[in-house]
Design a protein around this ligand. Structure first.
Ligand code: PLP
Length: 345
């Protein structure tokens, strides 16, 4: 079967209103840089739908993680606990501030950070924990937040894959001090490149707005609190343009529909792969957990993984293997360390 006939690994979903909203942004408001009408609509949607103190759109989740690292007050030599099985941006954001990522193993059932290993990774330099909700499946947030509280650590949720994923009525990304979302083309709700910072701790809101506004007090200026704006702290260019926000808003108004469809597709994969699971060849979570972001299964060995990918491809389904664990990557070895009492590999 030709490549073009394969069920693709990822197909960006276009809701239909994207171009109308972009024309509205261009023609109606005379403002296409960041923080205009559509940015505000998106931020309000996030605040209302997820329940957070302040949502700020960014040009990527990578950018949101970089803002989070600044907000946590990370300094050179500090340590940040995170899973090894994640995307590079989770670690990079903290390495850019001079921190050492401390990599912890994942649970075999959810592929999320193993909350029982956190204390092994702790040191006097630990400043934060960064749970990643892999495939949109919620991490054990109660255990993680209790641990963080006991040791005075910040919790930054890498919720790049977890928009609208919830546990006991709490949306992922709104439980820790800070949450980071992605709207990259490969995620559930998209704007090409895009992301958002969820500031859950009210004490961090004012500084988040300053960092977001390139280190200025422009937000206060816009609210008439100061009569000119100036450089007051570190910051950078984190805002997406209104063109991106307009596209994103069209997606947000269709979010429930998009996620419902993804969950259906996950159930379909689960049904079709059940015989292989019952034969003991692969394993996967029985229920479509979270927001249907990724359907994943585990093979017993690398050889069987390769065989499975080939088998699926032969039946017209494109599937891929995921992250090279960061502790075994070139940069991970250079910048990070694994939890104490563990050995490399
Ligand atoms: C996609 C992803 C990111 C990066 O998101 P961008 O918006 O592309 O910067 C970070 N962490 C995880 C876990 C991701 O899946």
């Amino acid at each position: 079967m030709g490549r073009e006939n394969l069920v693709p690994f990822n197909k960006p979903f276009i809701s239909g209103n994207e171009l109308d909203y972009i024309s509205e942004a261009v023609l109606s408001y005379n403002h296409i840089s960041g923080n205009g009408v559509f940015t505000q609509r998106c931020q309000e949607w996030l605040e209302r739908t997820l329940g957070t103190n302040r949502a700020l759109l960014t040009h990527s989740c990578t950018a949101a993680l970089e803002m989070a690292a600044i907000l946590c007050g990370i300094e050179p030599g500090d340590e940040v606990i995170m899973p090894s099985f994640t995307f590079v941006s989770t670690a990079n954001a903290f390495v850019l501030r001079g921190a050492v990522p401390v990599f912890v193993d994942i649970r075999p059932d959810t592929l999320n950070i193993d909350e029982n290993l956190l204390s092994l990774a702790l040191s006097s330099k630990t400043k934060a924990v960064v749970p990643v909700h892999y495939a949109g499946v919620p991490c054990a947030m109660d255990a993680i937040c209790n641990f963080a509280k006991n040791y005075g650590l910040r919790v930054v949720e890498d919720a790049a894959q977890a928009l609208l994923s919830e546990d006991c009525g709490r949306a992922m990304g709104t439980i820790g001090d800070i949450g980071c979302l992605s709207f990259h083309e490969t995620k559930n709700i998209i704007s090409g490149e895009g992301g958002a910072l969820l500031v859950n701790d009210p004490e961090l809101v004012e500084r988040a707005e300053i960092i977001w506004q390139k280190g200025t007090d422009r937000t206060k200026f816009e609210h008439g609190i100061v009569d000119k704006y100036t450089w007051v702290d570190v910051g950078s260019s984190f805002l997406p343009s209104e063109l991106v926000a307009a596209f994103l808003y069209a997606q947000m108004t269709n979010a429930e529909k998009i996620i419902k469809r993804r969950k259906e597709l996950c159930s379909l994969y689960a049904t079709r792969l059940t015989p292989l699971m019952e034969a003991g060849r692969i394993s996967f979570p029985r229920l479509p957990l979270g927001n249907g972001h990724i359907f994943f299964c585990l093979a017993r060995s690398h050889a069987e993984q390769v065989e499975l990918l080939g088998h699926l491809r032969g039946r017209g389904v494109s599937a891929v293997f995921h992250y090279v664990p960061l502790h075994s990557s070139v940069a991970g070895r250079r910048f990070g360390r694994v939890r104490r009492r563990a050995i490399w590999h």
